[in-house]
Design a protein around this ligand. Structure first.
Ligand SMILES: *[C@@H]1O[C@H](CO)[C@@H](O)[C@H](O)[C@H]1NC(C)=O
Length: 338
């Protein structure tokens, strides 16, 4: 190598290195501006500079992940940079989920299953269109998903039997239901929620006992207002999407899912994982159908506000090879009876 060639090579190496540094710097500046805009949009305030730097790092990693996932188009659903973009998946699961599933812990004797012999099953059903689903709610940073699921299924059966859609009080369950595994924002279980409503003689309205998103003292005056009652509840036979279908064809059903991985940033389309079967989140199946490309799905109401998913809902792939269903949706489902 001549002297000139050597210098030229050195120059090229330095030039390319410095331009990489420059573009990375520019990218960081750009991302930090996006972080600022995102903070303003979602009303985020960090306690100090260190916290902000830490959150920016997580935000940056999430943005990069979401953008590369969407660009790759390997799955039929999209992710978005939503209000959870500054949390790692582990943090997110710890703050939000909160299903204390007793699956495998409680000796399940199996309740009766009144939809066992149902044969009249429509191709698709959307309980929202039949007026049996209240608007999307937001549990906030409280592990009260179980209360939202209990309430949504109860609102559903109440509307189907009475004709009245009444928004009911999750906060009553959070504050007053301390039996079984139910511990307010620290998690709970839908079946214990149904049991509370049965033993309490009913549940009051959202308007009477508004949601705060914090563990509070039970307001016993409000607890005594029994606006909506249920007679009992039944378990959907586990690990059968067929049994779940018979149930959802008849009423909104509380279901448990593994809300790990891409669930956090789900934005639209039919969700087909990856996800496991470690049930950690309570939601409500409010219908099912078939997508444009022929993929069957469950229509699921979540409690993370309307900026998550499809206006607060997720469509999850239905009739998959595994008996547990997508993210374990067929493993641990139940519904109230009126
Ligand atoms: C379903 O049909 C079987 C056989 O006729 C009957 O034994 C069972 O009680 C029925 N189940 C329900 C829930 O009606």
């Amino acid at each position: 190598m001549s002297h000139i060639q050597y210098l030229l090579a050195l120059y090229l190496i330095i030039a390319s290195w410095s331009s990489q540094v420059m573009s990375r710097k520019l990218q960081d500046t750009f991302l930090s501006e996006r972080h600022e805009l995102w903070m303003a949009k979602h009303g985020k305030v960090y306690k100090d500079v260190a916290e902000k730097e830490k959150r920016f790092k997580v935000f940056k990693e999430n943005v990069e992940y979401i953008e590369s996932f969407n660009a790759a188009s390997i799955k039929p659903y999209k992710l978005s940079i939503n209000q959870f973009a500054d949390q790692t998946n582990d943090e997110f699961k710890a703050y939000r989920n909160g299903l204390k599933s007793l699956h495998g812990l409680r000796t399940i004797t199996g309740t009766s299953f009144k939809y066992e012999n149902v044969t009249d099953i429509p191709v698709a059903i959307d309980w929202r269109k039949r007026g049996a689903v209240t608007p999307i709610k937001d549990q906030g940073q409280c592990g009260s998903c179980w209360a939202f699921s209990t309430v949504a299924a109860t609102e559903g059966i109440h509307q189907l039997t009475s004709g009245n859609l009444v928004s009911l009080a999750e906060q009553e369950l959070v504050d007053c239901d301390r039996k079984g595994v139910d511990h307010g924002c620290e998690g709970g279980y839908m079946e214990d929620g149904f049991e509370f409503i049965i033993k309490n003689g009913g549940i009051t309205t959202e308007a009477n006992y508004p949601y705060t998103g914090f563990d509070g003292t039970c307001n016993t005056n409000k607890e005594r207002s029994h606006i909506v009652t249920i007679k009992g509840y039944e378990k959907v036979p586990a690990n059968s999407e067929d049994a779940l279908l018979k149930s959802v064809a008849n009423q909104p059903v509380s279901v448990s899912v593994d809300a790990g991985g891409n669930f956090q940033f789900y934005s639209s389309g039919i969700f087909e994982g990856e996800c496991g079967t470690e049930l950690d989140h309570g939601v409500t199946a409010v219908g099912y159908g078939i997508g444009d490309d022929g993929t069957k799905y469950w229509l699921v109401k979540n409690s993370w506000g309307t900026s998550w998913g499809e206006e607060g809902y997720i469509r999850m792939e239905r009739d998959i090879n595994a008996k547990e269903g997508m993210c374990g949706i067929a493993m641990d489902a139940s519904y109230p009876t009126a």
